[in-house]
Ligand binder design. Structure first.
Ligand SMILES: C[S@@+](CC[C@H](N)C(=O)[O-])C[C@H]1O[C@@H](n2cnc3c(N)ncnc32)[C@H](O)[C@@H]1O
Length: 187
């Protein structure tokens, strides 16, 4: 098991947009109108926009990121939509109401968490998810590619299953180098 106590990874801010297949992701998540979704570490918000489109204007998407400038840009772009951009840290208690979220989506963020942050993330996800709500984590495969974080901090689906205190359901390949692991908050 990798020692993640001192992981400190500066995200390059690069979006996974051109590297993952949004249609495969959306199909696997089987979203329903009226749902509330949290895109945690949303970056430029490209998936928040996809989620809002899939909910057809009926529901809500929180686009949360620790980067204030990115959130400000997204705020201007999403005025009048069902997307609510929020600056915050998903590894601590956020301002979002407990048991209010149907899906927490975390793409390309998890590998940067230290073990303390991972514990904080798990606590916050458990607080936010409705009974039977889902957590979907997109991560880069543990195989050589000409891009991406060091191999030593990447997670395999099996390693995610060891740290996430929810029931694993699906593992889906969502790009040449990316997979999505889905968990459920089963009661
Ligand atoms: C590599 S980018 C991925 C962005 C987007 N999810 C994607 O797949 O393209 C990582 C993002 O996570 C954000 N981030 C990192 N740690 C975070 C935290 N603890 N809480 C909220 N956002 C965080 C960064 O600011 C950055 O925008």
């Amino acid at each position: 098991m990798i020692d993640r106590a001192h992981v400190h990874h500066e995200h390059t801010g690069r979006s996974s947009e051109s590297r993952v297949n949004k249609h495969i992701i959306l199909e696997a998540l089987d979203l329903r109108r009226g749902q509330t979704i949290l895109d945690a570490g949303c970056g430029n918000g490209y998936m928040s926009k996809q989620f809002a489109r899939s909910l057809d204007g009926d529901g809500k998407v929180y686009a949360l990121d620790s980067d204030g400038d990115g959130i400000e840009t997204l705020r201007k772009e999403t005025i009048g939509t069902t997307i609510e951009p929020l600056q915050g840290d998903i590894t601590t208690t956020t301002t979002i109401e407990e048991s209010s979220i149907d899906l927490v989506y975390l793409s390309n963020v998890m590998h940067g968490f230290s073990s303390d942050q991972t514990r904080g993330f798990c606590r916050e996800v458990k607080r936010l998810l409705k009974p039977n709500g889902k957590l979907a984590i997109v991560e880069i495969d543990k195989q050589d590619a000409s891009f991406g974080p060091p191999m030593s901090i990447r997670f395999s689906p099996e390693e995610l299953k060891q740290v996430i205190p929810l029931t694993p359901t699906d593992t889906v390949q969502v790009g040449q180098f990316f997979y999505m692991q889905v968990f459920e908050n089963q009661k």
